[in-house]
Design a protein around this ligand. Structure first.
Ligand code: ASP
Length: 326
């Protein structure tokens, strides 16, 4: 015996077929809703704008979300004026620029590098870890040697400007590592391509003047970035310790899996950060998310987190909603 739901489904298909072609009856096409997949690239902070321009050009030509996020964040890694990512990134308290990055694709493949020095594009090394090794994360000297074997050039990433700022910090801050609202700005990018596939990338020089050897959330799958093609993708920016503590990006994706919108899921994760950290007045964390249809959301602890969007409807920056009123 047919189950009732199957019967209703079959009956309505039959009715639709019967109506097609009848004079005077026009069937409306299925209305566009948030359940229709809409390609998008979305990324953190102002430097998300140049990232999205490159990423969207790839998506628009039918390229993959994976290429879009990698090539997009590479622009930011190469910008010497950015003090929180790649070239020109603020060094640690010993004067070393150390980089963290990770990438994740639509098939749940992922790769990362941490505490990597003297390589301009940690995100591309992360992609090589994902594609050419059985591992997920390489760190430090091992990550550097792997990058060199793969043909990446050695490059000093400490610019003159960055060095001057570091020397000034050193004289004033007495060699203390600091965590606060201002001394970071990772680029995280999430994309949905025309084939309906999701990918994400995250790359940073981490907290300025951090302890030598410190690794943040940005190369950690599930913390700085998480992608599940059946659900959505999320990335984080801000104080990495607070993000790692709550497995932030995985938490956002899991809430989307349970039916929350990207906006609601980001808000829930920020509320978790707030409930698990004592010093929230002094730290900023922001989450960014898209679902598998290209709906997006963002939420942060404090005012000031913004993000860049590129889809057919909107190209530009938006301010994130936030928890604390200033
Ligand atoms: N999340 C990064 C870290 O803790 C910093 C940032 O977002 O800029 O290393």
């Amino acid at each position: 015996m047919k189950k009732r739901r199957e019967f209703i489904k079959q009956s309505s298909v039959g009715l639709g077929m019967a109506l097609i072609g009848m004079p005077g009856i026009k069937l409306e096409p299925t209305s566009i809703s948030e359940k229709t997949k809409k390609p998008i690239i979305i990324s953190t902070w102002n430097h998300g704008l140049p990232c999205n321009d490159i990423g969207w050009a790839i998506i628009n030509k039918g390229g993959s979300a994976l290429d879009a996020v990698e090539k997009g964040v590479m622009v930011v890694e190469s910008d010497p004026t950015g003090t929180s990512v790649g070239l020109g990134g603020a060094p640690d308290r010993d004067g070393h620029v150390t980089l963290d990055a990770c990438i994740m694709d639509d098939k749940h493949n992922c790769g990362g590098v941490a505490f990597l020095e003297n390589i301009e594009h940690p995100i591309s090394v992360a992609r090589k870890v994902m594609e050419d090794t059985p591992h997920v994360l390489l760190v430090g000297e091992g990550a550097y040697e792997f990058a060199r074997e793969k043909g990446f050039e050695h490059k000093n990433l400490l610019t003159e400007e960055s060095k001057k700022r570091y020397e000034k910090w050193l004289s004033e801050s007495q060699y203390k590592p600091i965590i606060n609202i201002e001394n970071h700005d990772t680029i995280g990018a999430l994309a949905l391509d025309k084939d309906g596939n999701l990918s994400g990338a995250c790359t940073t020089s981490g907290l300025a003047y951090k302890m030598h050897g410190r690794v943040g959330d940005s190369p950690i799958i599930g913390a700085g970035l998480f992608v599940d093609n059946e659900v959505g993708a999320a990335c984080a920016t801000g104080v990495g310790e607070a993000v790692i503590r709550i497995a932030g990006s995985a938490l956002v994706v899991e809430h989307m899996r349970m039916g929350k919108s990207p906006q609601e899921a980001c808000q829930i994760a920020i509320e978790r950060v707030i409930s698990k950290n004592k010093n929230i007045k002094d730290i900023q964390v922001g989450f960014l998310a898209i679902d598998k249809y290209g709906n997006y959301g963002a939420y942060s602890i404090h005012e000031g987190f913004n993000f860049a969007i590129y889809n057919d409807d909107f190209q530009g920056l938006k301010d994130s909603e936030y928890f604390f009123l200033k």
